[in-house]
Design a protein around this ligand. Sequence first.
Ligand code: HEM
Length: 316
Amino acid sequence: MSNQAFPFPFTKDQYAYSNNSSILDPAWTVTVTEDYKKEIELKRELLQQNHSRCFRSLPISLESQWEVMRLVFTQLAEAYPSHFSFTQKGKECRFQNHLLNEEERFIFRDNTSINLEPLDLAGRHVQEDLILMGDRSDGLFLEAGQLCFPSNWSLTFVLGMEFKSIHHPVPDITDNGFIDKVERFISRIRPNTAWERKNWSITISEKLDTPLETYADWGRLRQSVTEENAGKMVHLRVEVQRLFRLPVNHDILFSIHTYLLSLEDIVMNEEWLTLFYLNIKTLDEDIADYKGISQYKKEILRYVEKTMAEKETMNG
Ligand code: HEM
């Protein structure tokens, strides 16, 4: 990931949970970056090896899954016409992925015309994880998802859960009715409209696939961070999340594009360096624990302080 394209998340000196969403125009739910081929390959490998961990669906989601697949293919072709094409004649659809030299042909809403469920098929052509939230009379429910790059959560665990219950592990999320307000905000999103927000965390190593199920493999790395290796090992993890209201079935597509940048790259940018330092230093203890940062917070602060001191000496 190049530094210029990295969606740096901090805008203020101190971090607090907020509904930092802004409306998008055009309302595209997916983005192709220079890491496209590498990440698609990894995604497909993970799906091949651990399908039930990376894809889950309830039968009720099938109609919206079809809507999502057509939407994603249409948006890819609109946003990147030299990389993708999509045509529909009657019910016959043809999607071409020129980057991978692949083609998908199917009859719209005919389940026998494809070998995978529609969301599973669509997700294999985009870097994003795709989550489908059914908008029912009593709330938003997670009804299907293709999730290869989760930040320490489990699709199996949340399948069928309501929005508020999904957020139960997040510290103080119900304070001042915060999560209720977020849910009301989502329920008012208008058809064909997309909103974007950023969430951030820290990952030790450059690992995109950090599901709860394999915590034992990647979580232990948190103990190995030192002031000396922090620059290379610690990565700021940013999720660009988009919410889109499906115009036909009125459900919500939630797409998550995950970006990683090493601490040694972050500190090259003076503004990022200062903002990162202030936000980590003043981070609420509960949030630091929840994000797993408490274990190596001192080490990363020392690394950043040392870098700041070096820069000061160089500047004069
Ligand atoms: C409808 C789509 C959404 C889904 C499916 C979703 C799902 C999740 C999940 C699975 C987690 C991790 C929970 C855990 O630790 O087990 C999470 C965390 C969180 N979510 Fe959402 N979420 C959605 C939308 C939003 C929106 C719109 C907000 C706006 C404020 C939000 C705020 C948060 C916050 C603050 C966290 C904690 C993140 C952290 O500290 O790293 N979520 N969400």
